[in-house]
Design a protein around this ligand. Structure first.
Ligand code: DGY
Length: 329
């Protein structure tokens, strides 16, 4: 008998095909986030859940899925899931690491370039017909080549940023709770430094940490005050890593030169005043949004779900301790 699964939003075709072939699928018929009531009702007879970073999967939702065995998240970040509650209920949780690393780093790099070189402002200027001819002071921005890149978080995506920086002859400083090996640092030409030193010495500070209690508001008024007045903050990690109100103030007062953001503290809302600031480039959480990457993420999320439902340890399980019992092989 096919296992029953709830899919909270339509995914790329390859993933849906895999799921329809192996499971009895209930798919959210709407192109919007499911409400808590809809999740509770949808999960009542399901063994599997394939959800997105926009779905908050807490203990109440899990308890509604009396037969729930696997929660497969279509994202590398899984801060939307209460993993501790899942583990206590012996529910496997999976994510999609690796496949989105380069695409996310590409987007972070695009934000860095767009913010420094004022690409969005200049594009709007052209479209409004404001361009009357070349000017010596027109849209002066910041250099990227040869500058210092500060990476906060040196996991897969942080390292992918460091590799891009090599091509721009940048000095790379990084801070992470786990230091790389000396060989890894050498290969990336990256120097380990204290958190405050990275903030003080970098021309670009790019955030690549997961959202956990210790990284909530990691960048607030104090940290922004340490950054150079000519520096830029880039965030493609999770919005709550930055105190967005403090950032708006720092951008408005030119405490820092600019920010490139793909994520927000209370998505899809933005802090008051942010959208009005010309020194911010704002994107709608699209770091992994390439056709190839979303297709890979979908297939990975589907395979994780199918493996867990078959009683196997899924390839990308974040709480493998759940599998310590004989029913999993
Ligand atoms: C993730 O996978 O965590 C990304 O934020 C999705 O784009």
């Amino acid at each position: 008998m096919k296992k029953k699964v709830l899919v909270t939003r339509k995914l790329p075709d390859d993933a849906m095909k895999l799921l329809y072939e192996t499971c009895e699928v209930e798919l959210n018929p709407y192109d919007r986030v499911m409400t808590e009531d809809e999740l509770i009702q949808g999960l009542s007879d399901k063994q599997g859940l394939l959800c997105l970073l926009t779905d908050t999967i807490n203990s109440t939702i899990m308890d509604a899925g009396k037969d729930l065995k696997v929660i497969s998240n279509y994202a590398v970040g899984f801060n939307n899931i209460d993993v501790k509650a899942a583990t206590e209920r012996r529910i496997l949780v999976t994510n999609t690491p690796g496949v989105l690393t380069e695409t996310t780093a590409d987007l972070a790099w695009a934000l860095l370039m767009a913010t420094a070189r004022r690409i969005v402002e200049a594009d709007g200027f052209m479209r409004r017909g404001d361009y009357k001819g070349w000017g010596p002071m027109l849209f002066l921005g910041g250099d990227v080549f040869g500058k210092t890149l500060g990476l906060i978080g040196m996991g897969r995506i942080g390292c992918a940023m460091a590799r891009r920086a090599l091509g721009f002859n940048m000095r790379v400083l990084y801070y992470d709770v786990n230091r790389l090996s000396l060989d890894e640092e050498k290969a990336l030409s990256a120097e380990y430094a204290d958190f405050d030193v990275v903030l003080r010495e970098s021309d670009f500070v790019s955030l690549h940490v997961p959202l956990v209690p210790s990284t909530r508001h990691l960048i607030g008024a104090r940290e922004l005050s340490l950054m150079k007045a000519t520096s830029y903050l880039i965030n493609t990690s999770r919005g709550p890593v930055v105190d967005e109100k403090a950032l708006v103030e720092a951008l408005r007062s030119r405490r820092i030169a600019g920010a490139g953001l793909d994520v927000y503290e209370n998505e899809p809302e933005m802090a008051p005043g942010l959208a009005k600031l010309e020194n911010a480039v704002l994107l709608p959480h699209i770091a992994s949004a390439s056709v190839d990457t979303r297709t890979k993420m979908g297939a990975m999320a589907a395979r994780n779900l199918i493996a867990g439902l078959a009683g196997k340890l899924p390839p990308n399980c974040v709480n493998p301790e759940v599998c310590g019992k004989p029913e999993y092989s």
